[in-house]
Ligand binder design. Structure first.
Ligand code: MOS
Length: 750
């Protein structure tokens, strides 16, 4: 295997199935979320949202609201304290280029639902009632929210968003090759705008600690990002603000950037000199980030055998008028398939909506749906089996990175194992060929891909005389299992039981760490944790060897093993000492170390790092009603070393369920006259429920990778990528209807 954790490589926990260590706290209600922390002087803020999408505020009458007993103050752009926006254009850690939205800044309205006032009261209900009495008049302009009508205004992003890959320069001559190709597929693809909708809505509780100090509980995927935002925008000393968020009730990317409730809570806390909580309502969850709309055209030219001769992928993606939000959409096509003539483009179109944002596998969900549906269309057009077509065009190197090899890529093995488990060989290629009662049965497949990234991270470790290990850093656990994998890594590295390890996360007082996103947390914080523990192991070893009559006298570190709470000579286990005795006899209070991790630049110079998947879907479609059921999914994942087979499987299951939502249900519907999302509630914005989910099987194929010492690549996003295409391809196989605009609702099938 790829990784060794304890100095002698004896892993007890890493690689096994372990339940989440934070599970009991979550199911018993002990886990507290940002909107649940209390303070003796807590006031409650309720946001008044703009009724128009574009224009300006003519007047705000707050007099009736202020008369309600229990109302403390109504904040608007007219009476906003001038202590805010000291750093006018402060951009957070993951912000796109541009000028971030500033709540209550002036009378301008940029998007429907924009906060125009904050009503602060002694309790939430009073604030909510008083908010209904705030009268706002507007001068409305006509908003533009349909990108199909804004195509001609599309532009190249003037500045690159950090971490985002613009399309590479074209190679070959894609247009000429397409024109001359014997077989052609050229189609438009589009996904619906989606909203993240984590169970826990966005909330911030700002607790005034006195002396100008604040403890802030914020629903965020990165406390450091919220901390940087607050200190910059309000001009506060870094040491005076502590941001805490031990648990996250789901994020999917919606918590990567500081949202306006954080700003409003701190604004009110500073103005009123008391603690303030602001919780957004479910419908207000439609008033900031979303997965952006994008118009895509994929053109594939191929020989009669399906070998690609031309590949074009052109994208126009929505952004706001104040930020150039970018994600990587077309590039995946050029990474997945080998072709001599490739051209990809990516432009933006500004709409009168809030800036879109990262939503689980941002860009890949969008781009891979298009290319993987187009490949299915090419399979159909050439009479090739969809797997055979992908193998014929399989990329052994990353052409978008000048032909650099992949550090590891077990996609072929994923295709083989997935197909075998699914029973693909029994598929009759003819659409509409299989029927069960009144249902048409279809089998489809697709590939998925996501980047395997790392970020700078650090983890602090402390071993105490009672033999317990504490690990901590500022990253967040989105529910993904970060607490658990760090516990496993720590226990194995020092030969302890998982029960002897405590992990603390989500606190700016802990070691520095990036936002939890991009599927980089296991690689980044996992590596840092392992290094911190190695450091502790070496310290303990040196202490032990230095003791009088040490059983480890004259032994080198590479000959010892840490197991069962003891440090022992590997080939002479009788020579050993309990770690607790080492600390006690050496008279040491505790051993501490900070481990650091960063992307391996040498590795990155030589190799590209991606995770891959092969997804197989079975659908049953009621021929008369057009209702689609996804009855079976097999997803085979190649993502390097799997640290915890249980939490890993859960990550992929969650991604697949979200992919089923994307394929069949999720759609934020715009009223383009109002520029407003109409179905801003979970009654009308459909997500899969238990009845929609049938058999899902996850396979992890062996993959050895050396981009980091753990050999891990990350799993948070790969499960969703390609899933919608596999389902759409299965729907085509069942019905003969090709749906290129998600979600696949009844009206598109009948
Ligand atoms: Mo993820 S969209 O990076 O939280």
């Amino acid at each position: 295997m790829t990784a060794t954790f304890s100095p002698t490589g004896r892993d007890t926990y890493v690689g096994t199935a372990r339940s989440r260590v934070d599970g009991p706290a979550k199911v018993t209600g002990l886990a507290k979320y940002a909107g649940e922390f209390a303070a003796p002087d807590l006031a409650h803020g309720y946001v008044v949202s703009s009724r128009i999408a574009k224009g300006r505020i003519l007047s705000i009458d707050t007099s009736d609201a202020e008369k309600v007993p229990g109302v403390v103050k109504v904040l608007t752009h007219e009476n906003r304290p001038r202590t805010a926006f000291l750093a006018m254009n402060y951009r957070d850690m993951v912000a796109p280029p541009g000028s971030p939205f500033r709540a209550l800044y002036d009378d301008k309205i940029h998007f429907s639902g924009q906060p125009v006032a904050l009503v602060v009261a002694e309790d939430f209900e009073t604030a909510r009632f008083a908010a209904s009495l705030v009268r706002v008049t507007y001068e409305a302009e006509t908003p533009a929210t349909e990108i199909a009508e804004l195509k001609d205004l599309a532009y190249d992003p003037p500045k690159k968003r950090s971490g985002i890959k613009p399309p590479p320069e074209p190679w070959g001559d894609a247009d000429a090759a397409f024109d001359g190709a014997p077989v052609k597929v050229r189609e438009d693809y589009r996904l619906a705008i989606e909203h993240h909708n984590p169970m826990e809505p966005h909330a911030s509780t700002v607790v005034r600690e006195g002396d100008g100090k604040y403890t802030v509980y914020d629903k965020t995927q990165g406390v450091a990002n919220s901390h940087g935002y607050l200190t910059a925008v309000f001009g506060l000393n870094k040491a005076d603000v502590r941001v805490v968020n031990p648990y996250i009730g789901g994020g999917f990317g919606s918590g990567l950037r500081p949202q306006y409730q954080l700003f409003l809570a701190m604004l009110a806390a500073r103005d009123l000199d008391r603690s303030v909580r602001v919780v957004l309502t479910r419908d207000q969850m439609w008033t900031f980030t979303h997965r952006p709309d994008a118009l895509q055209t994929v053109s594939l030219g191929a020989g009669p055998d399906g070998a690609l001769q031309a590949l074009k992928h052109d994208v126009i993606q929505e952004t706001s008028r104040y930020e150039d939000y970018q994600e990587t959409i077309p590039n995946w096509s050029g990474v997945l398939y080998r072709c001599d003539n490739v051209a990809m483009s990516y432009r933006l179109a500004q709409t009168d909506m809030a800036t879109p944002g990262d939503m689980r596998a941002p860009g890949a969900v969008t781009g891979v749906f298009a290319i993987e549906t187009a490949m299915d269309e090419l399979a159909q057009a050439t009479g090739q089996d969809p797997i055979a077509l992908r193998l014929r065009n399989y990329a052994e190197a990353d052409a978008t990175a000048g032909g650099k090899p992949f550090g590891s890529k077990e996609l072929k093995e994923a295709l083989r194992q997935g197909a075998e488990r699914f029973g693909w060989a029994r598929r009759n290629p003819e659409p509409r060929s299989t029927r069960e009662g009144r249902e048409l049965v279809g089998w489809g497949m697709a590939c998925g891909i996501w980047e395997a990234m790392m970020q700078q991270s650090s983890v602090h470790a402390a071993l105490t005389p009672d033999g317990r290990l504490e690990l901590g850093n500022a990253t967040g656990d989105l529910g993904t299992g970060t607490y658990t994998i760090l516990t496993q890594i720590g226990a194995d590295a020092l030969g302890l039981r998982m029960e002897d390890v405590t992990v603390k996360l989500g606190d700016t007082r802990l070691a520095e760490a990036p936002v939890a996103g991009g599927s980089w947390t296991a690689a980044s914080s996992g590596t840092a944790a392992m290094r911190a523990c190695r450091d502790i192991a070496e310290q303990a070893f040196r202490l032990a060897r230095g003791l009088d009559e040490s059983p480890l006298a004259n032994v080198e570190f590479d000959r010892v093993v840490l197991e069962g709470g003891r440090i022992a000579v590997a080939d002479d286990p009788a020579r050993s000492m309990a770690l607790t005795d080492v600390l006690r006899k050496a008279g040491v209070e505790r051993l501490e170390a900070t481990g650091k991790a960063a992307p391996d630049k040498d590795h990155a110079k030589q190799f590209e790092s991606y995770t891959h998947s092969a997804i197989f879907a079975e659908v049953k479609v009621d021929e008369e009603l057009g209702q689609v059921r996804v009855t079976r999914i097999v997803s085979a994942i190649a993502a390097g070393k799997i640290l915890n087979t249980k939490t890993a499987r859960s990550q992929i299951l969650g991604g697949i369920v979200m992919g089923i939502g994307s394929a069949l249900e999720e759609e934020s519907m715009l009223d383009h006259r109002l520029g407003r999302f109409m179905n801003h509630n979970l009654g009308e914005y459909h997500v899969p429920v238990n009845a929609d989910i049938h058999d899902i099987e996850v396979i992890f194929v062996d993959e050895e990778d050396k981009a980091n010492p753990l050999g891990v690549k990350g799993l948070g996003e790969i499960g969703i990528v390609g899933t919608a295409a596999a389902i759409a391809n299965a729907v085509f196989h069942a019905t003969g209807k090709r749906v290129r605009h998600l979600p696949i609702t009844v009206d598109k099938i009948l």
